[in-house]
Design a protein around this ligand. Structure first.
Ligand code: AMP
Length: 215
């Protein structure tokens, strides 16, 4: 099964993707994670992407589509793919069609996480992750049980994304509205879009997604 999780930054795509990975052994293909890894490793892609990401703008379609193709090739044909943060433009949506077709895969579901944008700035600016295992936390909504210690792995180092500040978040939202939201009608015309209330409790969002996948 191949699915896209679609929604503005902070809608919960990453959290829900991780849950699907844990439950179904699907693979999460997050272009944001791939780009952050490239920036950290200092690869040519990372060097090109760094400043663009810090401004909250979109990296070139060619770069992200190449990353997605490589990642699909690196995983077995039997593993399901969860596209998280990709496609983000009409050109990327077209590329994804060709990328999937060339690998005998088809898109089964596009799940739109419907959220109230005003609430997202607080969600995003408060989030942080364990630097060791990647578990996600939030200053207000999900603190570690023991302050300074990761619930999952016991690690003591945490990190925040440099683009999770209020100013960059606003640019990222504007990019979503202008360039990403317009790809929804393309998938709606194919009858594969399902809308989920992304403001609901995280477990309820997971249950709603599971119900869609079981259809
Ligand atoms: P994300 O982790 O999905 O919020 O992505 C973080 C940043 O990486 C975005 O603000 C963009 O600068 C860049 N990025 C991630 N995915 C894409 C994509 N599919 N197309 C263009 N830029 C992307």
């Amino acid at each position: 099964m191949n699915i896209i999780l679609l929604g503005p930054p902070g809608a919960g795509k990453g959290t829900q993707a991780q849950r699907l990975v844990e439950k179904h052994g699907m693979r999460q293909l997050s272009t944001g994670d791939m780009l952050r890894a490239a920036v950290k490793a200092g690869t040519p892609t990372g060097l090109e992407a760094k400043a663009v990401m810090e401004r909250g703008e979109l990296v070139s379609d060619a770069i992200v589509s190449a990353l997605i193709g490589d990642e699909l090739d690196a995983m077995g044909p039997e593993a399901g793919a969860i596209f998280d943060g990709y496609p983000r433009t009409e050109a990327q949506a077209e590329s994804l069609d060709s990328i999937l077709e060339a690998r005998d895969r088809k898109l089964d579901h596009v799940i739109e996480l419907d959220v109230n944008e005003d609430a997202l700035v607080e969600r995003i600016t408060g989030r942080f992750t364990c630097a060791t295992c990647g578990k996600g936390y939030h200053d207000t909504f999900e603190k570690p049980h023991v302050e300074g210690t990761c619930d999952k792995c016991g690690g003591h180092e945490f990190k925040r994304r440099p683009d999770d500040n209020a100013e960059t978040v606003r640019t990222r939202m504007a990019e979503y509205r202008a360039k990403t939201a317009p790809i929804l009608p393309v998938y709606e015309a194919r009858g594969i879009v399902s809308k989920v209330d992304g403001m609901a409790d995280m477990d309820d969002v997971t249950a709603a997604i599971e119900a869609i996948l079981a259809r």
